[in-house]
Design a protein. Structure first.
Length: 235
């Protein structure tokens, strides 16, 4: 009985490999865990403000080092940390927050590098015909990272992972990401500073009126920028 060589030569459909499943679960972790864990962490933090306000010297340094890992490994949303920083430390917390945020983005970026993302990117490119678009994002990575960080709707950890998977350079990722996150982070800190009480901050984290308009403006600007880049790619 002869075997048809042509049948052996035909490519097989790409299965859901173990590597792709692990990479997909990692993205789920990056997207879902902050929403779940922030409720637990936030309740404790906001219920014990005196504990954090009393931190000094080495204790404060340890807190911000822990903040890097908490944000970088997606145990809490960065927006919550900015709100909390504004409420507890006000303007004095801005500089350590920016440093911790930037270090957390690098941590998340390098952790995602370990997963590589090759399997899930191959699957996405084959199923959704997005190879050229993803290549365009990679070649214009500075603009895409900046706009993604600027937008209030793009999850911090997911952006870290996707840009690492696409092979964006560390330098562009760090500089564009830091610049893009400044407006929304400062806005969140200011919102925290304006909170009248801990309960008000916890129950209404986005309640300030003019802050809502600024958030909407950032969202529109970011969306328009991404639309422009995508349209430019299409042509």
């Amino acid at each position: 009985m002869k075997t048809d060589v042509s049948l052996l030569a035909q490519p097989k459909p790409m299965p859901f490999s173990r590597k792709m499943i692990i990479e997909f679960l990692y993205l789920v972790w990056m997207g879902a865990l902050p929403l779940v864990s922030s409720s637990v962490l936030g309740y404790y933090a906001i219920s014990n403000p005196d504990f954090f306000q009393s931190l000094q010297g080495v204790e404060l340094f340890v807190f911000w080092c822990l903040a890097i890992f908490i944000m970088g490994l997606a145990f809490s949303p960065t927006t919550f940390f900015a709100l909390f920083t504004g409420y507890i430390w006000g303007l004095n917390g801005i500089m350590p927050l920016i440093i911790a945020y930037s270090m957390a983005s690098l941590l998340g970026f390098f952790v995602a590098k370990l997963f590589k993302g090759e399997a899930i990117l191959t699957f996405i490119k084959s199923k959704f015909k997005t190879a050229s678009f993803l290549d365009h994002v990679q070649s214009n990575s500075f603009s895409w990272v900046f706009l993604a960080r600027l937008s209030p709707v793009f999850p911090f950890a997911i952006t870290n992972a996707i840009m690492a998977f696409l092979g964006v350079s560390v330098q562009k990722f760090f500089i564009a990401g830091t610049l893009g996150m400044l407006p929304r982070t400062l806005l969140a800190v200011w919102t925290g500073m304006q909170a009248k009480s801990i309960e008000y901050l916890w129950n209404n984290p986005q309640s300030a009126h003019w802050q809502d308009f600024v958030s909407l403006a950032l969202l529109v600007f970011s969306g328009a920028g991404m639309f422009y880049l995508a349209k430019k790619h299409a042509h």
